[in-house]
Design a protein around this ligand. Structure first.
Ligand SMILES: [Zn+2]
Length: 473
């Protein structure tokens, strides 16, 4: 290993387990002492770190946890807990794949103010449901729920928190989910790259939190959002000024459901009380919830929809409740001009093949209702434009298509098994091993799907096959 000091490498010296190089004679003793001091302050896994530990930084590849220990894994590295200044491997210190957007022009279009905190809707009779911190494990279910109810909402997305990986990494599986949001007409805003407290961050760290998330979202959507929600609603003067420079509307809320607290114990009462105490003729609301919580998706989202509608509020996106047309919700990553994701456009994103693949694996739930964001799914058979479609009722399109897919898969597999059996019979191979081998060949996820739906046909086929082989036919 070679570490260049002042750019003139002449020797390599091992010191305290760390190999480093000394620069040419021109280096001053003070500079070397400074380098040595810095090397000494690189703490190994398990050591203390952070400001409370004498500004000790962890070694390369390690994170400095919220409680001040060096280590790896989500408990040390994820999201807001990781101390960016002392943990080189913190989620927030990672950079996503994608084109740099920091040079994107930032014209300020539309009538909604930029760089100031916005807490209230301006169009009466509206309720804007907003979901922060995702996407996460429950987000897909929430998208299905909103689709069944014909509701558009807003998602303030975090790029790399909770140990979920980068949102635009194929392995994370979240890119297609975010494309799905846009395709369904939801609004996608930024909630930073790793959910750091922006008031506690340095200017450079705030820049990274904003730009890294842009890079990932531009890679996924082909567009940069113009709406931003600061984590913990913490964004002071310097933060707001920088968000103005980056061309963001800073969106807060006026209904804090606190769905994260005590399992959402007070969330329903809080939400319902506020809506019921006011009239849709003279009020509008911007509600905060989080799609990373099981309670929110399974027991609260439907309640929010039903309650708002029972009280005669319209459910809309944040942009709509501010009177801002969809074209202003995003900007082109290259030109900086408004970009309307509700309008079809050619598929060119690098994520397109990934999205197509995943939209199929998620059983076609990405079919758009009224707005087709075609950035990445236009080549998919699921992308058939639907110009007019009523709200989905209790009958689940998801269940139907899942069963169809599974039955097809089972049929295909049975055909393969039978064909293999015929080949094996003709070559006098070990017939008794065939069914077991065929069973083992089924991917576990596919097997589960088949067992739950079309698998019955496949199982019957297996029984017949075993009987057939047993009889020596
Ligand atoms: Zn948050």
């Amino acid at each position: 290993m070679r570490l260049s000091v002042s750019g003139h490498v002449v020797s390599v010296v091992a010191h305290a387990g760390i190999a480093w190089t000394r620069s040419a004679a021109g280096d001053s003793a003070a500079a070397l002492n400074s380098d040595l001091e810095a090397l000494h302050q690189r703490a190994p896994s398990g050591a203390v770190c952070g400001a409370a530990a004498g500004n000790t930084s962890c070694s390369s590849g390690l994170c400095c946890s919220e409680t001040g220990f060096c280590g790896t894994g989500a408990s040390f590295c994820s999201g807001s807990g990781c101390q960016l200044s002392y943990g080189p491997a913190c989620d927030g210190n990672q950079t996503p794949r994608g084109s740099d957007t920091s040079k994107t022009p930032r014209p300020l279009f539309g009538n909604v103010p930029y760089g100031v905190g916005i807490s209230h809707c301006s169009v009466t009779g509206k309720v804007a449901l907003s979901f922060d911190d995702g996407p996460y494990a429950y987000t897909m279910e929430l998208l299905d729920l909103l689709k069944r109810n014909n509701v558009r909402a807003t998602f303030f997305v975090v790029g790399n928190n909770m140990g979920k990986g980068h949102i635009n990494d194929a392995s994370s599986g979240y890119a297609p989910m975010i494309q799905h949001m846009a395709a369904d007409g939801h609004q996608v805003g930024s909630h930073t790259w790793s959910h750091q407290d922006l008031n506690a961050a340095t200017r450079e760290q705030r820049r990274a939190e904003i730009i890294s998330n842009e890079i990932a979202l531009a890679d996924i959507l082909g567009a940069v959002p113009t709406y931003f929600r600061p984590p913990y609603t913490r964004c002071g003067g310097a933060c707001l000024a920088e968000l103005l420079e980056w061309g963001y509307h800073v969106v807060n809320y006026d209904i804090d459901t606190r769905d994260w607290q005590d399992g959402g114990a007070a969330a329903k009462t809080t939400y319902q009380t506020i809506l019921a105490q006011h009239s849709p003729a003279s009020s509008a609301w911007l509600a905060l919830a989080h799609d990373v919580h099981e309670f929110t998706v399974h027991r609260f989202a439907q309640f929010m929809v039903d309650t708002a509608r029972a009280l005669r509020y319209d459910l809309v996106t944040v942009g709509e409740c501010l009177g801002d047309p969809p074209a202003n919700w995003y900007r082109d990553p290259v030109t900086g001009q408004p970009m309307d994701l509700t309008q079809p456009r050619p598929s060119s994103s690098s994520s397109s093949s990934q999205a197509t693949k995943t939209s199929t694996s998620t059983k076609k739930t990405s079919i758009s209702t009224s707005s087709s964001q075609t950035t990445s799914t236009s080549t998919s058979k699921t992308q058939t434009p639907v110009t007019s479609k009523p709200a989905m009722g209790a009958t689940s399109e998801l269940e139907h298509t899942t069963g169809t897919d599974a039955t097809s898969a089972a049929t295909e597999l049975l055909s393969v098994v039978l064909a293999s059996a015929l080949v094996s019979t003709s070559t006098s191979s070990n017939l008794s091993a065939l069914p077991t081998a065929a069973l083992l060949a089924v991917p576990s996820s596919d097997a589960a799907s088949m067992i739950s739906t079309g698998g019955f046909c496949w199982v019957v086929g297996q029984i017949l096959l075993i009987a057939w082989l047993g009889l020596g036919l």
